[in-house]
Design a binder for this molecule. Sequence first.
Ligand code: BES
Ligand code: ZN
Length: 445
Amino acid sequence: MTPELSQLFEFLRFPSISTDSAYSGDVRACAEWLQAKLSGMGLDAQLHETPGHPIVVAKNEHRDGVPTVMIYGHYDVQPVDPVELWDSPPFEPELRDGKIWGRGSTDNKGQMFAHVLGVEKALQQGELPVNLILLFEGEEEIGSKNLPAFLEAHRDELKCDVIAVSDTGMVAPGVPTMGYGLRGITCGEVLIKGPSGDLHSGVYGGSVMNPATAIGRVIASLHDADERVAIDGFYDDVRDLETWEREMWETVPFGEKQYLEETGAPAAVGEAGYSVKERLWARPTAEVNGVGAGYQGEGSKTVIASEAMAKLSFRLVPDQDPDDILRKVEAHVMKHAPEGVTVEFVPGHSGEPYLSDPNSEFGKAAQSALAETFGREPVLIREGGSIPIINTFKSILGADSLMLGLALPGCQIHAPNENFHVANFEAGIELNQLLLKKLAACSAK
Ligand code: BES
Ligand code: ZN
C-alpha cells in the first residue's frame, strides 16, 4: 500500500458520524488528527470550537499579489445503518477491486484528503503558488449549522478569490466533470392525528378517517399524472435551462441507460418533457423520505392507528426560494388533508440552490487542470445533490466555488458499501497540484 493510501486509511478509521452524539468524541479526535496532519505539513493549522463539531482551518504564509484559494471539504460522515449490509466493516477500510471501501471514502474524506496530499506534494517542491486557506468542517452532513456564523465572525481572515470543492460527482470513470450548479433543498414533516388512541378496525372502522389513509392522500396529492409537482406556485420562479446547457448536456456520456443500471429501478419516471439529466440537474422535485403509520410487524393486526407521519424534502433550482416553497408546501398539505384528522406541518432545514459561470477566469483554469489530469476536455454539469454552504460562501465571502467532483456512479454514498476508486484518489492528488498552478496565473482581487 502506498504511504498516501495508508494515511487515508488512518483518516477513514475515525467514525466521525456528525448526527449521532454518541460519536462526538470520535468526530473531535478526527478533527485533531487532521489538524496535526496539516501542521506537520508546515501550515498554520487551527482547530476552532463551535457549539457543535470543530472546524479545522489551515493557511500558508500570506503573500501579496497572488490569488487566495480556499479548499473546502468535510470530515464528518453519514451513519452506517443498515450495518449488516456492508461487505466489510464501515470503519475498517479495505482495498478490493481497485477501490477503497469504507464510510467516508468518497463522501468526503477521500476526495478532500486528495487535496491535502496534493498540497503536501506542492509544499515539498517549494513555496505554494497561491495563498491557501484549507477549511474543513464536521457538520456538512447535518446542514452546516455552525459554519455560517463562523464565516461571519472570520470574514476577513477567510477572504478569498475562489473556492475549490471536491464533494460532487463525476459522470463516468475517466470523464473529468466540473459542476457549476447545485440544487437547493427544503424539508418538512407532516404529522396527522385522528382518534385519541389506536382503535379496533372492526368495532370502529368505517366511520372515522384513518390517519394512514389521510397521509396517503396527502402524499398522493404532491404530484399530478405527468409527475409534475402539483403544489400551487411551485414552478413560479424556476429558471429555464440555457440553450448552451442543453447542448452541452447532450454530449455528457450519461443518460437513462446508465441511470437505470445505477439505480436498479425498473423504469425512469419523472416530470414529463424532460430528459433524466434535465430532471436531475435543472428541475425541482418533491420526495417522500419516510412514511409511518399503523402496524409494521409480522402478520396482520386489525387496527386503525391514531397517528401517521411523512418526512418530505424538496430539491430546488434557481430562482426558487426555500422559505417561499416551504410556505407553499404547508398551504398545500393543509388543503389536501381530508376531513376528520388534524394536521401539523413541521418545517425542517433548508439550503439555497447555487449557480455559477463555469467559464469565468477561475472556471477556465479549473477546466484546464481537469483536462490535463484526465487527458480529455471536462463536461460541465449541474448537480442534483445539495451543499448548502456553497451559496452561503458566495453571499458571505463573495467567492464562487469550483466543483471538481470525483465521486463515481456506484460509489454508494450515504449507503452501505461506500467506495472510492484508487485511480480517482490518485488523480485528485495530481489535480490539486495542477489546479493551484493554474489558479495562480489568474488575477487576484
Ligand atoms: N457530497 C454530498 C452532496 C452531493 C453528492 C452533491 C453527490 C452532488 C453529488 C453531501 O455530503 C450531501 O450529502 N449533502 C446533503 C445536504 C443536505 C443534508 C442538506 C444532500 O444533498 O442531501
Ligand atoms: Zn453526504
